[in-house]
Design a protein around this ligand. Structure first.
Ligand code: ASP
Length: 343
């Protein structure tokens, strides 16, 4: 029987970092990781590594990097059984969400992972995270041999999380990520336990790796005291095409005339407004309160229980499709890749 082969795409992040003379953590190339991880040769699978570019701290990740990642997976799709993306934790949830939208009809596993402590440190979590991510990427149903998790996901600490539901919630502990409004897809204890019912089915159509994202988008986070000038500065940008509105509670926002006017003006210029709650749990229900009914009237789209990370990347993706207004609005409001839970 042929050995499983997994492609690791190395982007950088703490896993592969080391301290420089100034005592700062800086990215190193993959050889640094390979030297510290003899277990990579002991796995019962072939592991090939490719660099996305020079290794970076994920605070420097760009939309162009996401498109390159999607293209790299597309170009190697038939050659490998699964993919692991080694990535910094800071923006991992954004990258995983972006890739979940770009890779339509994904029939293989793409696992993002990284570490809180560099691979060279004695208490590193890099080795365990990478080894388990490789096992997750290679996972098959025992008898049928079919791909167990045909999704873009994040593996960290002990949880496999749908990529567009992941959120970084910790910068000091090992459990850096949480699955928002959706159960984890698998748990890695002594055994790997898959939550099969929560995992997406294998697609019927072939992979389609999209190559367009529209970055003319922004996130407007509301807070009591926000001023007209601040809202106007963000919503009034000439080329703006979409905005994630981070609202309160179940999707509520001020009813002050100046605020309503700012939203109306943006809508008249064709800007798509996607309503996402600042609450970590629950969902947006426009119309539950008087303070959200006006949003529906203004044409704001309810984001249900989507995360901000998934919402901003979904906006980029859907706007990048360049569809007509009605289709764009329909796609923004509906579940595309398991990022929202329809009621
Ligand atoms: N700043 C690092 C990064 O995101 C943090 C990490 O990897 O954990 O690249």
């Amino acid at each position: 029987m042929l050995e499983t082969s997994i492609l690791v795409i190395y982007t950088g992040g703490t896993a592969g970092m080391a301290y420089n003379k100034q005592g700062e953590l800086v990215p190193m190339n993959f050889e640094h990781i390979r030297r510290k991880m003899p277990e990579l040769h002991q796995l019962h699978m072939q592991v090939h590594v490719v660099n996305l570019g020079p290794p970076i701290d994920s605070s420097n990740i760009t939309v162009a990097d996401w498109l390159r990642l999607a293209a790299l997976i597309r170009d190697n799709y038939t050659r490998y059984d699964g993919f692991v993306v080694l990535h910094g934790t800071d923006t991992m949830a954004y990258s995983a969400a972006a890739l979940s939208f770009l890779l339509e009809n994904l029939g293989k596993t793409v696992v993002f992972t990284g570490a809180q402590v560099p691979v060279g440190r004695i208490r590193t979590d890099a080795r365990r995270n990478l080894v388990t991510a490789l096992e997750m990427a290679a996972a098959r149903y025992p008898r049928a041999g079919t791909v167990r998790v045909p999704e873009v996901c994040v593996f960290f600490n002990e949880l496999l999380i749908r990529g567009n539901r992941a959120k970084k919630v910790e910068s000091q502990q090992y459990n850096a990520f949480r699955s928002e409004n959706y159960p984890p897809l698998a748990k890695a204890g002594i055994e790997l336990e898959f939550n099969d019912k929560q995992i997406r089915l294998l697609p019927a159509a072939p992979l389609r790796a999209h190559q367009r994202l529209d970055d003319r988008v922004t996130i407007l986070k509301l807070f009591p005291g926000i001023t007209e000038r601040q809202v106007q500065a963000q919503l009034g940008a000439d080329d703006l095409r979409g905005c994630v509105l981070e609202t309160y509670g179940s999707g509520n926002a001020p009813t002050a005339p100046w605020f309503v006017e700012c939203l109306r003006a943006a809508r008249e210029r064709g800007v798509q407004l996607l309503n996402v709650s600042q609450c970590e749990e629950g969902r947006v229900v426009q119309g539950r309160y008087e303070t959200s009914s006006h949003l529906t009237e203004l044409g704001v789209i309810g984001g249900d229980d989507i995360t901000v990370e998934a919402a901003i990347t979904k906006l980029m993706f859907v706007l990048g499709l360049e569809r007509d207004e009605a289709t764009t609005r329909r796609l923004l409001g509906q579940d595309l890749r398991g990022e929202i839970t329809p009621i």
